[in-house]
Design a binder for this molecule. Structure first.
Ligand code: BES
Ligand code: MN
Ligand code: ZN
Length: 488
C-alpha cells in the first residue's frame, strides 16, 4: 500500500472511501457536512455515528461527493488524544474500509491537532494494519480478495514531508516483520547477511561488511562460534556503517539467532516453531539503520548483527564447555539455550572496539521478560541514565513502550563462573532477565550502553489494533525517533 499527501479539503478526495475522525462533543467539520448535504451532521445527531474511542459508522454519500462512502471513527475526548490514539483509530478505519471493499482510502487529519505528527501517526496506523505475510499462500484467502492499495492523507497544512518520511519508516518496519516471519529454512544467517548487503546497496551512505567464519576465528569470537558449531549453517557477523555526519557514533547491536532449538539443552517441542523469530533484534537493528540512512539523518551508526543458528548435533557445544570471548573473558556454558548472550558478547566487543561511543542492543533474550512485562513493554536495562531516558522518551512517542529494569551487584554476582570468569546461565532460577543484562554489561568496555529485552514485544500477543498479533517489527520506529532526537 502506498501513502500520498494532498493539501486541501477532505470532500475533494478522489478516493472511494473517506475517513473522518470525530472528537466527543464536537460537531462534524462544517464544509464536509455541507458538501454531504447535512448527512454527516444528521448521523451524529441521531447517535448512529458515535464519538467514543474507536467506534465506527458508515455513511453512503449517494453521489454528493466523489467518495462512495464516509467512515467515521470516534477519538473520544480531545484532551485524551495522542499519536497512539491516532494509530489505533487509523487501523480501525482501515479494517472497516477493507470490509467495504475500499480500493483507496483518504483520511482527513483532524483539525486542532499537530498536523504533521498526527498525519504521520495515521499513516503508520494504516500501513502497519495493512501488512500481511502471505508470500507462501498460493491462493488468496477469502477475506483479502479486495485490498486497498492507496492511502491519501489530507490536511490544510503542507505536511507532505512528514507523510513521505513516515512511509519510509513504516516500510522498513514492515520489512523487519517480513524477516521475523520468514521461516528458518529460508532465512539462514547467510541469507540475512545477503539481505543486509542488498539493503545497504539501496542507500549511498550505507556500507555493509560481512565477517565470514575464517574472520570470526581470526578474531577469536568464541561466543558466536560456540553457538553456531552445532549447525550446518555458518555464522556471520553483519556490519553496517552509516555516516550522515555528526561526531559521536551510535552502536546498534541486534541478536539474530535464525532458529533457537536450545541446542543440547533442547527446548520442549511445544511452540518451538515460534523460535524462528529469535532474530527479531537483528531485524530491527538492520531496518532501523536502513530507515535512518534513507532519511539521511545527520548521525553516525555502527550496526552489528551476529547471526547464527542454535542446533543440537555431534558438533554442538556441550553444557560445561568453556569458551573465550573476543575480549579474552572466559565463559562456562551451563545452558546452551542461553545462546543469545554468547553471540551478543562478541558483537558488543566488536562494536565497542570499532568506535561506537554509545551502544544499544536489542534481543529476544529471556522468556522471563515476557512473564514480567508481557508484550506491552520491552525491558530496558542501562548503565547510563541519559541514554536510558532518551530511549524511553523515543518509545513513548512512537508507542513502543519500555520499562526500566535494574542492574545490581547481586545480579553481577550471579554471572560469576565456577571454573571460568563467567557462567552463561546461573544455577539459581531468579532474576534471569536482569542476570542476562548483567552478563552483557561485561562486554561493553564501560561505554554508555542500553539493552532492550524484546522477547515479549517482538511478537505481540495483545492484539494492538495496528500491529495485531505476531511479528511487530518492534524497535524500528523507536530507533529512528532516537536518531532524530540526537540530530536535533
Ligand atoms: N530466545 C530465547 C528467549 C525466549 C524464550 C524468547 C521464549 C521468547 C520466548 C533465549 O535464547 C532463551 O532460550 N533464553 C532462556 C535462557 C535460560 C536458559 C537461562 C530463557 O529465557 O529461558
Ligand atoms: Mn535460547
Ligand atoms: Zn534465543
Amino acid at each position: 500500500m502506498r501513502a500520498t499527501f494532498r493539501r486541501g479539503t477532505p470532500a475533494d478526495t478522489s478516493a472511494d472511501t473517506l475517513v473522518v475522525l470525530l472528537f466527543d462533543g464536537e460537531s462534524a467539520p462544517a464544509d464536509l457536512d455541507s458538501a454531504l448535504g447535512g448527512r454527516l451532521g444528521k448521523l451524529l445527531e441521531s447517535g448512529e455515528a458515535k464519538t467514543a474511542n474507536k467506534r465506527t459508522a458508515l455513511l453512503h454519500t449517494d453521489g454528493a461527493i466523489a467518495a462512495a462512502r464516509v467512515i467515521t471513527v470516534g477519538l473520544g475526548k480531545r484532551e485524551d488524544f495522542d499519536s497512539e490514539r491516532a494509530r489505533n483509530a487509523a487501523a480501525v478505519a482501515y479494517r472497516q474500509a477493507a470490509d467495504a471493499s475500499a480500493q483507496a482510502i483518504a483520511i482527513a487529519v483532524p483539525e486542532g491537532t499537530g498536523q504533521a505528527t498526527t498525519g504521520a501517526a495515521l499513516t503508520e496506523g494504516v500501513l502497519l494494519a495493512a501488512y500481511r505475510f502471505d508470500r507462501y499462500k498460493t491462493k488468496a484467502d477469502d477475506d483479502d480478495s479486495q485490498r486497498a492499495e492507496q492511502l491519501e492523507i489530507v490536511s490544510n497544512e503542507d505536511i507532505g514531508q512528514a507523510i513521505a518520511e513516515s512511509e519510509i519508516i513504516v516500510a522498513c518496519q514492515n520489512a523487519a516483520r517480513d524477516l521475523q516471519n520468514l521461516p528458518s529454512n529460508v532465512l539462514t544467517p547467510a541469507e540475512l547477511a545477503d539481505y543486509a548487503i542488498g539493503r545497504a546497496g539501496e542507500v549511498e551512505a550505507l556500507e555493509a561488511e560481512v565477517l565470514e567464519l575464517e574472520q570470526l576465528e581470526a578474531r577469536q569470537m568464541g561466543g558466536l562460534l560456540s553457538v553456531a558449531k552445532g549447525s550446518h549453517q555458518q555464522p556471520k557477523l553483519i556490519v553496517l556503517r552509516y555516516d550522515g555526519g555528526g561526531t559521536a557514533t551510535l552502536g546498534l547491536v541486534g541478536k539474530a539467532v535464525t532458529f533457537d532449538t536450545g541446542g543440547i539443552s533442547i527446548k520442549p517441542s511445544s511452540k518451538m516453531e515460534e523460535m524462528k523469530f529469535d532474530m527479531s533484534g537483528g531485524a530491527a537493528a538492520i531496518e532501523a539503520t536502513v530507515a535512518i540512512a534513507k532519511l539521511g539523518l545527520p548521525v553516525k551508526l555502527l550496526t552489528v548483527v551476529p547471526a547464527a543458528e542454535n542446533m543440537p548435533s555431534g558438533h554442538a557445544t556441550r553444557p560445561g564447555d568453556i569458551v573465550t570471548i573476543s575480549n579474552g573473558k572466559t565463559v562456562e556454558i551451563n545452558n546452551t539455550d542461553a545462546e543469545g548472550r554468547m553471540i551478543l558478547a562478541d558483537a558488543l566487543v566488536y562494536a565497542a572496539s570499532e568506535g561506537a561511543d554509545r551502544i544499544i542492543d536489542l534481543a529476544t533474550l529471556t522468556g522471563a521478560i515476557i512473564v514480567a512485562l508481557g508484550s506491552t513493554y520491552a525491558g530496558l536495562f542501562s548503565n547510563d541514565d541519559d541514554l536510558s531516558a532518551a530511549i524511553a522518551a523515543a518509545g513513548d512517542s512512537t508507542g513502543e513502550l519500555t520499562w526500566r529494569m535494574p542492574l545490581h551487584a547481586d545480579f553481577k554476582e550471579l554471572t560469576k563462573g565456577k571454573f571460568a570468569d563467567l557462567t552463561n546461565a546461573a544455577s539459581a532460577r531468579k532474576a534471569s532477565s536482569a542476570y542476562a543484562a548483567s552478563f552483557l554489561e561485561e562486554f561493553v568496555d564501560e561505554k554508555p550502553w542500553a539493552h532492550l529485552d524484546i522477547a515479549g514485544t517482538a511478537w505481540s500477543q495483545d492484539g494492538r489494533d495496528y500491529v495485531g498479533n505476531g511479528a511487530t517489527g518492534w524497535g524500528v520506529r523507536l530507533l529512528v525517533e532516537l536518531a532524530r532526537g540526537m540530530s536535533a
